[in-house]
Design a protein around this ligand. Structure first.
Ligand code: GLY
Length: 385
């Protein structure tokens, strides 16, 4: 695509947003060949210069990036680093977005998706709709290393995992089971009290032993089913790059639904000459624009990780003619690093998955793991997740 059309597209999206009443946020003033400009805002944490080694993830990986950075500092492989980091989140029963304890499908079964890409060897692996196996990022890596396939799904992936020595287990924790029960009660109004009925409060209170915090959380994820995910990407001191994305996918999904996380070129993309990209949020929207690949190609043509993520976001907004009402039914983020160790991210809305908090992502550039604010496409609170 010609540079002019990409830029024009970007500014067209901007104009559309302005018409829709949105203020968009950018790190600099942009102008097209006609001299139209977009106002800029500087974002601390979106560096003008890179730093290597570097590892980043969605905000839910904040506590896990240190494990990946330790591997990078010792000269370990970038794929080992990102898989080590997300494995901590997959193993965590208290994180219901990923791996063990993930929120299940509509039948109460946890189904996981994951992918990996190894930049230096140009290889990829992925798994989708995997049941009873906790560490699907490592399973995706095993597909990459032990087979000549790229993607294995469903029961075939589970059997492959067992053959490769992965432990089978029930992935549903008590916490996730109770929330699923509450969701079922809400949706099965013929045999349980529906969410709007007078008996609802009593019913949900019994499920959670009156714990108001848990009840409020359950009501939120029932009303706005999350697509919990952790993408993680790293570049080492030599400039080699890898990435992984792992998820329990859309809560209460139809069994077999697959999002963007295991789709190479959408939820995970690496080009060792350029950088890496990943995503969280409504995977269907990302798949439709091949977001990961789009971001890599934007960076190849010279865009910063942040601007590349914003351009990908512009394509999603464009698919809905920048209609904030329609776009407000979901949330999506993009994350990227480049070969120089620069990082960036874009969220569709200013708020994060927790509506009261600003969208952010986790960065570790060798000193400490910290949260950095995302550039948001719409300077408005929105999104359904
Ligand atoms: N982005 C994760 C999913 O849609 O499943």
């Amino acid at each position: 695509m010609e540079l002019w059309s990409r830029r024009k597209f970007f500014l067209t999206s901007l104009a559309g947003s302005a018409i829709a009443g949105a203020t968009k946020l950018f790190g600099r003033t942009l102008s097209d060949s006609n001299g139209a400009t977009a106002t800029a805002r500087a974002f601390p944490g979106s560096p003008a210069q890179g730093k290597r080694p570097l590892i980043i993830s969605s905000a839910n990986g904040l506590h896990a990036l240190g494990a990946g950075m330790d591997i990078l500092k010792k000269g370990g492989d970038t794929l080992d680093a990102v898989v080590a980091a997300v494995t901590i989140v997959e193993d965590d029963p208290n994180d219901d977005s990923v791996g063990y304890g993930g929120l299940p499908n509509e039948e109460g079964e946890v189904e996981l998706d994951a992918s990996v890409m190894h930049g230096p060897t140009h290889r990829a692996g992925s798994v989708a709709s995997v049941r009873r196996i906790k560490n699907v990022s490592r399973l995706a890596k095993t597909v990459m290393e032990k087979t000549n396939h790229v993607m294995i799904v469903g029961d075939g992936a589970r059997r492959f995992a067992v053959a490769e020595g992965f432990e089978e287990m029930n992935l549903l924790t008590e916490h996730s089971r109770k929330i699923w029960l509450a969701w079922k009660a809400k949706s099965s109004f013929n045999w349980r009290p529906g969410i709007d009925s007078p008996e609802w409060k009593e019913h949900i209170s019994a499920i959670f032993d009156g714990d108001e915090k848990q009840i409020a959380y359950a009501e939120r994820v029932i009303a706005h089913p999350p697509t919990g995910t952790i993408p993680c990407m790293a570049v080492d001191s030599n400039g080699d790059i890898s990435a992984t994305t792992t998820t329990s996918g859309l809560s209460w999904k139809i069994p077999g639904r697959v999002g963007d996380s295991p789709i190479i070129g959408a939820g995970c993309c690496v080009d060792n000459e350029v950088g890496a990209a990943g995503s969280t949020g409504k995977g269907e929207e990302n798949i439709k624009i091949s977001g990961g690949h789009t971001i890599i190609e934007m960076m190849r043509q010279g865009k910063s990780p942040t601007d590349a993520c914003l351009e990908a976001m512009g394509r999603i907004a464009h698919n809905y003619k920048n209609d904030k009402k329609k776009l407000g039914t979901f949330h999506i983020y993009f994350y990227a690093i480049n070969k120089d160790g620069m990082h960036g991210a874009a969220s569709l809305w200013r708020n994060g998955y927790e509506p009261s908090k600003q969208a952010s992502y986790a960065v570790h550039d060798g000193t400490e793991s910290r949260l950095v604010g995302c550039n948001s496409f719409f300077d408005a609170v929105g999104g359904d997740q």
